[in-house]
Design a protein around this ligand. Sequence first.
Ligand code: HEM
Length: 488
Amino acid sequence: GSVMLLLFFLLLFFFIRVRRPKNFPPGPRPLPILGNLLQLDPVNPLKDLERLKRRYGNVFSLYIGSRPVVVLNGLEAIREALVTRTAEFSGRPNHLMISDITEGKGIIMADFGSSWRDHRRFALTTLRNFGLGKRSMEERILEEVSHICSELERNAGSSMDPQHLFHLAASNIICSLIYGERFEYDNSDFLTLISRLQDLTKIAIGPWAMFYELIPGLRALPLPFKKAFHIYDEIKEHAQKAVTSHKSSRVSGEPRDFIDCYLDQIDMVTNQERSSTFNEVQMVFLLIDLFVAGTDTTSNTLRCAMLHLMTNQHIQERCHREIEDVLEGRSYALFEDRHAMPYVQAMIHESQRMADTVPLSVFHMTSCNTQLQGYQLPQGTMVIPNLSSVLHEEGQWKFPQEFNPDNFLNEDGEFVKPEAFLPFSAGSRVCLGEGLARTELFLILVTLLRRFQFVWPEQEGAPDFGQVFGIAQAQKPYRLGVRLRSSQ
Ligand code: HEM
């Protein structure tokens, strides 16, 4: 019996051919059930994607299980899809574990449609115009920066692993914006929430998520991936509690933070008796989205910047001098100051380029039958924009592989941003937190570089610039040598 079964599976593997649709982008031949999974290193598929790109061109296809996926590489193809044909390429794939967990609500995994559009517009205006009450976004960031500084001061003269501190700080900035309060770095509720989010991320990119996505029949079974759903429920409960307490303490029309703004928005549409996509359930998913999207991304970018600054003292010194020249006697920097700091701007952009924080963006999906670079893509095709391929693309950068702020400076030393700078992606799905992230990176790095000198701790041996792949990619852990500057 078992021999027959084995034969059956062998036959299945060799005789059932997965066929690409007509005029679909080329790619390696898939196996039944597994597709091309065996051709991708699950720990870090970026090298394999690079190899496939060299073989099949900038637009190629793969099968993840039985699901066809189109991978876009290089500025030209990515721009055509995400910018020129943005309405056709702005859907989100369903039946990823993370889309099922978030029920397609909120923003990140919400499909192209009115709820996504309304929420995106609302969140952008609220963050931008700062409907968030009396305290501006910058003020909230600067408050957090002062706590980062105190923590670093405690480590002056020695070294520390900055991962935890930067992570808590980035989370706190989101907390301050949406809940109206920050938490002490040792607050146990805060730490629990953060570690739950980390557990969730781990499961979402782990092997169980893969099974969930490959074999639909498993989805309803009580397997370990259920844990991710339970964790998400816990986080939702936490967010729901914050919403409930806001409802009892708020003054309508006088928002203190993002939650208050959303509650005002619900009131407004209710008063106008309009049908709308705004409601408390959506709000909870949106709040969690902001947390998930705004924490690892910012803190990983900061860690990448610090590693390169420690190991390039001349770049760090030049930034320090520019900051001192511009700020002179002023006690703190503002985001406005970036215009007078071309070199610092170049350093920050270069750090973002090298950090390559969200290497494969968030996956997209075609929302109708469409075409790209001469190929036909049916509606519902999953699309992976390989942003990493653009951030290091030959021909787009003076120094594609090395850390060098000159990538963002012209001959006159002015700051220029090449078109291939796409760490936030592009088009109608472009990162919603771009403004916030850029403000954070600028204010944090400028303040820290003014006050401290960061040195590579020699006893640590040679620095390792390797990265750990993930939805948000991260620099490997390292220690940051901290010295207080005497002039401060
Ligand atoms: C989406 C990068 C920080 C909120 C994205 C995407 C990328 C990205 C590549 C996917 C875009 C696409 O689908 O094509 C980054 C980087 C950051 C950063 C590199 C920091 C350096 C933030 C912050 C927030 C945020 C601080 C918090 C407000 C979002 C949201 C989306 C998103 C809500 C989903 C947008 C949508 O689906 O319409 N981000 N992000 N991000 N980001 Fe960020």
